[in-house]
Design a protein around this ligand. Structure first.
Ligand code: BGC
Ligand code: NOJ
Length: 814
């Protein structure tokens, strides 16, 4: 069952009824100010950091789920009121539609002859959210219509906001400019803050409220505010308790009349010496100028056009036309769109991530870059340096850093031994995309300590050394606290309820538990490093990295091979994890994908055998399961992975992030049908038709789909902020469609389904636009290329002369 449809031409998903199984959200904002907005207008926004600079309060884990943040109400003279975005009032609307587009959302509805269309977006270069409310009277007679707005302010620090009531019920402060109706939220501005929020309305304001209880009335919720029911705000000024911003607008609309009302919700800063215009009086001069600049409908049209142009530019980097509409719409629109969200927010703020705990993940952000590098190389470059600055002198890394301060997060610390290796892959992806070797010389400190700077190249060297200096009894890398699977806590041995595995410190001797996954990742990273050395004037070092990679590959084949598939790990006692010797957790997906991608066992049948094991043990119609058989009880030596009930998350859920590794491996082995089949199983667009099962948004990937052992097999959770986005994009665009950047040029080496007659693509790469036309002549994957009409050797299109801006490539596969 569907709840909407794709409008491919407009790059929108159109939700046709408001009661989607879960709130289906969009992200607004592309630089520093971000908003989450659901298909019924719910959500919140923040400046840079969802914890420390959150403007709006949001009630996670609430019923209904999507409560808090922002709201609009319409009221007719007879007293009937409704929300034009359906929530929070939830009156049955006569028409409803939500269009989530690239950086904007538009919710339209009709009730009692009043049509409303609310467009929400964050203008480029601004730290504010615009709500454009267009109202039209479709009745035959004139109407008196009231419009009420509501935002509930978070007292900035979202953690403190939800915990420290004895203080916060007394600290909230606002200022209201009764002339213009602008409501300023200035909690803590008198002390250490230089920032405040404003909520402004373009129409004359007939009333306002800033105290939540006065607006709602005691014992009432957002669905039935007293002020709306009675048609009259109280003009309250909040002193403590729960500051809100609410406006009351009176409109008389003749039959057929249309009116636009604009609301602006913004974040503003003042320089320290210019904070006040009078003692304790907010200096609002800058904010007022920004507001005035945005209360202009035709000006806002231009701002929206800029936003559209921005996204067209980003998406234009890679466009394809294939016989599969699900491939086209994910590659052309939604997958890169999601990649941008993961780049901006890592795993911090979604409807599954509170924005309070987890900042920018080290391994997460590095993997996000694998797909992001092509969209905005300069931003990717800066991110690489920020990440490198949270590496430790020993080459390890903080597992997370805080977006506002860019400092490593002490609460979680380091010791996730795969972390530093992802930096090598991310730098390599950036170099292949941009050719910008200067980044290797750019200086970055360790642990953000001034004076400790070295070139980025040395950060990569230390990352690889970190693994080699931490080998276990079988010569495989020590897992430390955990590896990619941060629930495989082999050194944790926690028996206390409620302990966080993420912050729990390892116990006893941590030098024994080993990860085959890290071994595969090391081989991949060391081979990339060899290439980097070779191409950027350090050829003498390449040999050493190749040797290290080969040696690790050997150890992996000897000690990390289980007979039919790659082992997962050895625990502290030397027992195997992910082996046919185990009664549960016999086959894990991660080492099969990673080792094959690293080239281990590609030429002796092992990779082939490992992939066959995946097919046999892990494949379901809803995607590939992380591990089988599921753990049916808690294992002290394994930790969190066995805390989850069978079929969920790392305990035999379909952890979508790992699926593309298998797709890539299948493509490397030339299995285009299989790779595409796996791709389709988790492709959100292909799952749209079963939205009542999948339940999450059909336009973005979710982290997890419940596995075969779960009661809710096929149900997705944790949409949006997941490494699935970047890796699926890499798998489909670079390996199945086969168009991938290399150090020396653009490779065109598709491994597509046998029944595809071909496809076309345009790819902007290092300043030139490649028009690629792929034609299938036979059932195999052998490719011959013609570049600008001339046949060339191999599958890499060499870089053209700087003056050549268009390159035509015809790839024949047979
Ligand atoms: C999640 C991770 C998280 C970990 C610890 C895992 O199940 O996939 O995102 O870091 O739990 O909470
Ligand atoms: C989600 C985390 O963000 C990521 O770092 C981790 O690799 C996966 N969970 C698997 O545990």
């Amino acid at each position: 069952m569907r709840y909407g449809r794709f409008d491919d031409g407009a790059h929108e998903y159109v939700i046709e009824r408001p009661d989607t199984p879960l709130p289906w959200i969009n992200y607004l904002g592309q630089e520093e100010f971000f908003s989450l907005i659901s298909n019924t207008g719910g959500g919140y926004c923040f400046y840079r950091d969802a914890r420390l600079r959150r403007l709006l309060r949001y009630r996670y884990n609430s019923a209904p789920t999507d409560v808090g943040g922002r709201a609009l109400y319409l009221r007719l003279a007879d007293g009937e009121f409704w929300s034009p975005t359906w929530q929070p009032v939830r009156r049955a609307l006569q028409a409803y539609e939500c269009r989530h587009g690239m950086g904007y959302s538009r919710i339209s509805s009709t009730y009692r002859g009043v049509s409303a269309a609310v467009t929400y977006f964050v203008p480029l270069g601004q730290t504010l959210e615009v709500w454009r409310v267009k109202l039209a009277n479709r009745n035959a007679r004139p109407i008196d219509l009231q419009l009420f707005s509501l935002v509930e302010f978070c007292l900035w620090d979202a953690w403190d906001d939800q915990t420290n009531f004895q203080r916060n019920y007394s600290i909230g402060e606002v200022e209201v400019d009764s002339g213009t109706g602008v409501i300023y939220h200035k909690t803590e501005y008198r002390e250490r803050r230089n920032h405040f929020a404003y909520f402004a309305c373009s129409a004359p304001v007939a009333g306002f409220d800033t105290q939540r209880e006065a607006f709602l009335g005691a014992y009432r919720g957002l669905d039935r505010p007293m002020a709306v029911e009675e048609g009259r705000c109280r003009g309250t000024v909040a002193h403590g308790w729960a500051p809100i911003g609410a406006h009351q607008v009176e409109l008389t609309l003749g039959s057929g009349d249309e009116r636009e009302v604009i609301f602006l919700l913004g974040y503003a800063e003042n320089p320290p010496e210019d904070k006040f215009s009078a003692p304790n009086k907010l200096n609002t001069a800058r904010a007022r100028a920004t507001i005035a600049a945005h209360f202009d409908s035709s000006g806002l049209d231009a701002v929206l056009d800029d936003l559209h142009a921005h996204w067209e530019r980003l998406l234009g980097v890679y466009q394809v036309g294939t016989p599969d509409e699900h491939v086209n719409r994910m590659v052309n629109v939604w997958n890169p769109y999601q990649v941008v969200a993961t780049f901006n927010l890592s795993r911090s703020a979604s409807l599954f991530e509170s924005g309070i705990g987890r900042g920018m993940g080290f391994r997460d952000s590095n993997q996000d870059l694998l797909a992001f590098v092509q969209l905005a190389p300069p931003l990717a470059r800066q991110r690489l340096l920020d990440l490198a600055a949270t590496q430790l002198p020993n080459g390890g890394a903080y597992h997370q850093y805080q977006p506002l301060t860019k400092r490593g997060n002490d609460a979680v610390g380091s010791g996730f031994n795969d972390d530093p290796l992802w930096l090598v892959l991310a730098v390599s992806a950036y170099l292949k995309e941009s050719g910008d070797g200067s980044v290797l010389e750019a200086l970055a400190p360790y642990d953000n300590a001034p004076g400790s700077e070295t070139p980025l190249y040395e950060h990569l060297q230390r990352a690889l050394r970190y693994t080699l200096e931490r080998l276990g009894p079988h010569g495989l890398p020590q897992i430390g606290h955990a590896d990619w699977n941060d629930c495989l806590n082999l050194n944790c041995f926690s028996s206390e309820p409620g302990e966080s595995f993420q912050t729990h410190s390892d116990q006893g001797d941590t030098t024994k538990a080993e990860s085959v996954f890290i071994a595969g990742l090391f081989v991949l990273a060391a081979r990339e490093m060899a290439e980097i050395s070779r191409h950027f004037e350090r050829a003498e070092e390449a040999e050493g990295y190749i040797k290290a990679a080969d040696a690790m590959a050997q150890v992996t084949m000897q000690r990390g091979w289980d007979g039919e598939w790659f082992l997962r790990a050895y625990d502290r006692m030397g027992a195997k994890v992910g082996s046919r010797e185990c009664s549960e957790g016999r086959v894990f997906i991660e080492p099969q994908g990673m080792c094959a991608m690293a080239g281990i066992g590609l030429d002796d049948g092992r990779a082939q055998s490992a992939l066959a094991a995946v097919r046999q043990h892990l494949a379901t119609p809803h995607g590939l399961i992380l591990q089988q058989p599921a753990y049916s009880r808690y294992y002290l030596n394994l930790g969190e992975i066995s805390s989850y009930p069978p079929g969920y998350k790392e305990n035999a859920g379909i952890f979508c992030h790992t699926n593309p590794w298998i797709m890539i491996a299948e493509a490397m082995l030339g299995h285009g049908d299989q790779a595409h089949d796996y791709y389709t199983r988790i492709n959100p667009s292909a799952r749209e038709a079963i939205s009542e099962v999948h339940r999450c948004e059909p336009y973005v990937y979710a982290q997890m789909i419940a596995g075969r052992d779960a009661a809710t097999h096929g149900e997705a959770k944790n949409s949006w902020l997941t490494g699935t986005a970047a890796w699926n994009y890499v798998a489909v665009s670079q390996w199945i469609l086969g168009i991938r950047p290399t150090f020396t040029g653009l490779q065109v080496s598709p491994v597509i389904p046998t029944h595809w007659p071909g496809f076309s693509a345009t790819r902007i790469f290092r300043g030139a636009t490649y028009h690629v036309d792929v034609r299938r002549k036979g059932p195999g994957n052998a490719v011959s290329l013609e570049v600008d009409g001339q046949p060339i050797q191999g599958s890499i299109v060499p870089l053209p002369a700087a003056s050549q801006l268009e390159v035509r490539v015809v790839a024949t596969i047979c």
